[in-house]
Structures are given as C-alpha cells and as structure tokens.
Design a protein around this ligand. Structure first.
Ligand SMILES: [Zn+2]
Length: 69
C-alpha cells in the first residue's frame, strides 16, 4: 500500500503509454490464453485513448466491456 498523501481520492490515470490524463473509461478485458475466466484486467482510459485501447483489445478478442467511470 502506498502511504496516503492527504490529497484525497486519487485520480485514475489513463493506461495509454506516456499519457497522464485523467481516465474516464474502464476497459475490462481478458486474454483467454493467459487468464482463466475469473480474471478480469482493467485498463483505464482518457477520452482521447479510449477508442484506441478498446479497438486494440477488441481486435484480439480480449475486450469484455467498457464502462464510464
Ligand atoms: Zn490517454
């Protein structure tokens, strides 16, 4: 656990490489060749990267769902 810094709730950040924007979507995915059915991975995404990341996952058949956060 990271120590609390007193700044309140932590802003979720976009998972895209090099992006430091706040995330607005939670992309849930799983690689069935690596993860069993109970595992769900999360990528958080800003508006700019949500479609790009979702498309990346969808093309590989990994995308489960995306939801606004
Ligand atoms: Zn982003």
């Amino acid at each position: 656990m990271l120590p609390l810094d007193g700044s309140g709730a932590e802003t979720p950040r976009c998972s895209a490489k090099g992006c430091r924007r706040g995330a607005t979507e939670d992309l849930r995915w799983r690689n069935p060749r690596v993860h069993d059915a109970s595992r769900v991975k999360h990528w958080l995404a800003c508006p700019e990267h949500a479609d790009q990341l979702a498309d990346f996952l969808a093309r590989r058949g990994f995308l489960l769902e995306r939801e606004a956060i």
